[in-house]
Design a protein around this ligand. Structure first.
Ligand SMILES: [Zn+2]
Length: 238
């Protein structure tokens, strides 16, 4: 194998590593965003569940208070009716009748309120139950999704470490002038210095290559740079 052929085949290996590292870098940026989105949507469901439970609690407290007032008014009415025969003057009698009538009205209103409250409590109980079930199901589902993403993240990180260690070994085997050229490009382009040509396009900047240039890249017997971005172009099958 000539030096040039050897260098090009090393560059192919380096290009594969760089492409993988680039994809991994993107994945490592995306995974935490996906995890945060899962956490946010679960938090929203939990907040809704909490709000529905608080509504139910408020309604229950209102019902307890209304029942208490109703009992007090009923006792009061009973007492007032018992004292009806004891009043002496007409004024006292009229006042007593007015008080009884007021109490009867209050009791009637409170009974009405209690019926409405019971309906609302029943509906609120249903809502709270459904929301609680949704939270339980979704929590299980999303905890699973989160675990998958975290495992993915760990394996991508491990792969990144492995490839990052591998790249310098391959680079050290390149002939010095090619290494120098690679290093210059690498400094300029940071992530990807050697790029695969795919469907006659530069795999990184997307420039369409003149047909003759694409053919030469496929031959793999000379260095060809992308006319647009300047990266080294190479060809390899999947
Ligand atoms: Zn390019």
């Amino acid at each position: 194998m000539t030096d040039l052929r050897r260098d090009i085949s090393l560059l192919v290996m380096i290009a594969r590593i760089e492409a993988t590292l680039y994809a991994h870098k993107m994945a490592l940026q995306k995974i935490p965003t996906d995890i945060a989105a899962i956490d946010r949507s679960l938090a929203a469901l939990e907040a809704r569940d909490k709000a529905l439970k608080a509504t139910l609690e408020d309604l229950t407290t209102t019902r307890r208070n209304t029942e208490k007032k109703l009992r007090e008014h009923e006792d009061h009415l009973k007492k007032s009716r018992g004292q009806q025969s004891l009043v002496k003057t007409n004024e006292e009698y009229t006042a007593m009748l007015k008080e009884i009538s007021n109490l009867e009205q209050q009791i009637s209103d409170e009974e009405e309120q209690l019926l409405i409250l019971m309906d609302r409590i029943e509906a609120a109980q249903k809502d709270a139950k459904t929301a609680g079930e949704v939270v339980t199901t979704e929590r299980a589902k999303r905890t699973g999704e989160r675990a998958v993403l975290e495992a993915q993240q760990a394996s991508v990180k491990a792969e990144v470490e492995r490839l990052t260690r591998e790249r310098p070994k391959l680079l050290s085997e390149l002939s010095p002038p090619v290494l120098k050229r690679y290093e210059r490009l690498s400094e300029k382009h940071r992530d990807v210095a050697v790029v695969r040509v795919k469907d006659d396009h530069c795999g990184t900047c997307g420039q369409t290559l003149p047909p003759q240039l694409a053919v030469e890249v496929r031959k793999g017997d000379q260095f060809i740079m992308c006319p647009a971005c300047g990266r080294i172009l190479i060809h390899y099958a999947d």
